[in-house]
Design a protein around this ligand. Sequence first.
Ligand code: IMP
Ligand code: MG
Length: 180
Amino acid sequence: MNNDIERVLYSEQDIAEAIDRLASQLTEEYKDKRPIIISVLSGAILFTVDMIEKMDIMAQLDFIDVSTYFGGTESTGKLKLIHDLNKDVKDRNILIMEDIVDSGHTLSYLIDLLKERGAKSVKTVSLLDKPEGREYDVEVDYYGFKVPNEFLVGYGLDYKGYYRNLPYVGILKPSVYEND
Ligand code: IMP
Ligand code: MG
């Protein structure tokens, strides 16, 4: 798996430092708010686990899975709710945890959904923010790194479902795509 990586962008050490910084900011922000932390499956799992163990607050955890809906070979651009939350978000402070925000489609969909369901506040934290990819008017409240417009894998991010378990974030070798 490691041999398929062209270049490491963020090492385990880089990620750990970003998480320390974000976790202390969010501990301050949420110390009296008893938020529900919503982790967006599957990419945000590694980030969520490492974040919540560094956040010294009373918080509950829930998961949601949203995917781009593919009708045949063409993406319709519509999002599909694959797995819904277990918790009621009404009147709760919500912190969404994402691996990466690219077009912003997923995030804007989630923010609208949570507000419709009566959430008291909705904020977002993403390890990575890819601002050049943005197509929806949505802002990430807290982010670890702003990344270039390249396809990244590792630390939750996948290519065809693989590479999520790399402990760092890197760029795939072009030969990996070419052979597919
Ligand atoms: P958005 O809805 O376009 O903002 O994309 C969000 C989702 O697309 C993320 O949660 C990722 O699952 C996926 N994604 C976006 N960019 C990348 C990437 O560079 N590598 C892997 N997955 C990505
Ligand atoms: Mg994702």
